[in-house]
Design a protein around this ligand. Structure first.
Ligand code: SF4
Length: 359
């Protein structure tokens, strides 16, 4: 895009945004902490899913201090179902550091902000531009798609090596006098007009500056590296009962789904049936001998980089004293107390079958 086209681009984009932007709860605030929470939630998660979580979260933790004063368990429970739990753990750790080292005040420079856990270029640019008008251009998936089409960029959007190309283009377009509105307008354009398939070019405010549109090749952009096949693992899970209570264990804090609770279990080995795997996993993880009573159900779940199919068994404790090997904590809980603990989505998928079996 010629430099003489940048000003008309900015003008048309902002005019469109001011007239068409969606009313979203985090757009009605200038509180940097609220904006930060919303941006963390919006990474990897759709707007409509985020809205109720965001509203409940800021109601429960209205200030950074309230978040820092909560327990990690409570915060994970508030995040339950939103996925990517490292986001919640990092937000919580960051809130504690802000309270301890910065008197509870949000950092206002990228250098200070990016020292906090989970704060990378995107979060820093989004929060600091929206909350503090810092001239930092955001580059998320929506913005990359717009830029790829606007400039016919051949660099794949899903390669970290090409990130700097997109960042450089975003930097040249940024309206530095209004970075908050400009950044949000770019993200909004990608979200509602320049969609992944079938971009709505007829309604696009920056159609005149778009090279892919001009050349009739919008369907050829953005480019992507072909995705690797996603592996699927067979998991066996044991719901172990003892005197009316169920055994749950807590995952290691820094692992995938760290800090969440689950029923013990693990991968089924080659040529090992899921029932045997269930007995072996319980022995290995918590040192208990159990017997399998019956197969409860079978569920499937997809994570970002792998999928699982899980067989769930109702089991009974036979003998042994708990020794943890993997989990960091355990509890014997009554079924009615299960809801007090944060569990991964895959476990929630078999809860209806579990509660029917226990009723
Ligand atoms: S003209 Fe079409 S392809 Fe180009 S930015 Fe607008 S919606 Fe996207």
């Amino acid at each position: 895009m010629k430099s003489s086209h940048i000003h008309p681009f900015q003008k048309s984009l902002l005019k469109w945004y001011n007239l068409n932007r969606r009313r979203l709860p985090w757009r009605d605030t200038s509180n940097p902490y609220y904006i930060w929470v919303s941006e963390v939630m919006l990474q990897q998660t759709q707007v409509n899913t985020v809205i109720p979580y965001y509203q409940k979260f800021i109601q429960k933790y209205p200030t950074i201090k309230d978040l820092a004063d909560a327990s990690l368990q409570e915060v994970l429970k508030s995040w339950e179902g939103l996925g990517y739990y490292s986001r919640a753990r990092n937000l919580y750790k960051s809130a504690n550091r802000i309270v301890k080292n910065l008197n509870g005040n949000m950092p206002e420079t990228p250098d200070t902000f990016k020292k906090l856990p989970g704060v990378g270029n995107y979060i820093a640019a989004a929060v600091l531009s929206i909350a503090f008008q810092k001239p930092l251009a955001v580059v998320d998936g929506n913005v990359k798609r717009v830029l790829a089409r606007m400039f016919q960029l051949k660099d794949p959007v899903n390669s970290s090596a090409s990130h700097k190309v997109f960042q450089a283009k975003a930097d040249t377009l940024l309206l530095t006098s209004l970075p908050d509105a400009f950044n949000q307008a770019m993200m909004e354009l990608g979200a509602v007009i320049c969609k992944p398939s079938h971009p709505m070019c007829k309604q696009c405010p920056v159609q005149k500056q778009c090279m892919a549109f001009k050349n009739g090749v919008t369907d050829k952009y953005p480019r992507r590296l072909s995705a690797k096949p996603v592996p699927e693992y067979h998991i066996s899970t044991a719901v172990v009962r003892k005197h009316g209570r169920l055994l749950i264990t807590q995952r290691q804090p820094e692992s995938l789904l760290g800090g969440l609770w689950e029923f013990p279990g693990g991968k089924v080995k080659e040529r090992e049936g899921p029932e045997k795997a269930c007995i072996r996993e319980v022995k290995e993880e918590v040192n208990l001998k159990i017997k399998v009573d019956f197969h409860l159900t079978h569920i499937r779940h997809a994570y970002t980089h792998f999928k699982i199919r899980m067989d769930v068994y109702m089991c009974t404790y036979i003998s042994g004293k708990i020794k943890l090997n993997g989990p960091v904590a355990y509890k014997w809980v009554y079924p009615s107390k299960i809801k007090d603990y944060p569990f991964p989505k895959a476990n929630h998928k078999f809860f209806p079958a579990l509660f029917t079996a226990l009723s």
